[in-house]
Design a binder for this molecule. Sequence first.
Ligand SMILES: CC(=O)Nc1cnc2ccccc2c1
Length: 454
Amino acid sequence: VDATSGKITEPGRGPASAGPPPVVESIDYNPPRGTRDFPPDEMRLRSWLFQQFREVSRLFAFEEVDFPVLESEALFVRKAGEEITQQLYNFEDKGGRRVSLRPELTPSLARLVLQKGKALPLPVKWFAIGQCWRYERMTRGRRREHYQWNMDILGIPGVEAEVELLSAIVTFFKKVGISSNDVGIKISSRKVLQSLLERFEVPPGSFAAVCVVVDKVEKITRKEVEEELLKLGVLKDAADGILNALSVRSLTELEGLLGTESEAVRDLKQLFSLANGYGFADWLVFDASVVRGLAYYTGTVFEGFDKEGKLRAICGGGRYDRLLSTFGGEDTPACGFGFGDAVIVELLKDRGLLPSLQQEIDFIVFPLEEVLRPQAGLVTTKLREAGCVVELILESKKMKWAFKHAERLQAKQLVLLGSSEWERGCVRVKNLSSREEEDISIDELITKANTSKE
Ligand SMILES: CC(=O)Nc1cnc2ccccc2c1
């Protein structure tokens, strides 16, 4: 295939002594539908973003974990009608096993905790950054993969855990320059829905599915929600009660609806008061309409949102106290959040907060004559051993090219090796910002490089 035109050469037409047989069909240079490449510029932004995620996780004394992108399908097969389980990137592998690319990280984390069993002291505070997949009909042209930062705390039954996680999210936002004028975090509890379902005697088995339907209330019409609720055994008066509860505007009003003994009210009051102590309560807002779309949440749920109301949820999470027991494990209290790599970048762009990132080159080393290339290699090695980022020019070029190249890369210094200087044990160093130029010995160059890197 001709690299530029993509022209296909007929098999057997190449000259007899040609290399490998010509490719018979042209490959598509684009990645699979719904997926992205990360060329250097995009990769620098992604690495910067993940660096922020990691630094916050470290501040909160979380340990990094990772899992295979490929998991047993059984981890994600749930019957609550979630979109995420209806879009599994699943298949049967060559061993006849039902497997799936993971659509989220939490089930893998639960699996690893259960695998470790009693050997793993609680509480567990783990974080992961991983690529997650969904198989969407391309009709919607949405992406089929994204990277998610997850933080999870297992073994803490009280809202102390949620407050730590919320504090981590706020710490991240502040770290990247986002303020509570730009973004807030809506907080509620699924215990609100749970107590209403009990009041209306809805079968508890449909709790998860009801939550998944109610989560769609802003995406489909109220009529459709009522119809879907009816199918789950939620009669009209119960559906009205539930949907009306979502528009409750304060904890006081919620207490009026659920009574002073309500667990939901107690949890949320405690959460807001702890957040006040931490000093980030101004980022939080009670919003009874927050339900989140994952079946396994059982208590507190929350989601980060942009106050302009332009973007989809920035992040989301909640308590999932039953997940480990549904995997056959001990009842283990757990809560966590997921933070995708897409909406946050849109938000940073909108707010002009994207960092300007370029490759940082300390030195360009350039032998003026090919006969000095081994010496250039020596200087390069010593500079790299001193921790400097060095680009050694690999081709024989003119001086003018070297200067232009150094400018283009915004290198700090240009080291030129010429025979007359070399005979005096020197190299010529040009500082590309001050334009100063000096001949110095190799030892002096390396000593200065070492001090600059200390
Ligand atoms: C905005 C965006 O890319 N969302 C996205 C993209 N890919 C996914 C893949 C799996 C699960 C959720 C996903 C969500």
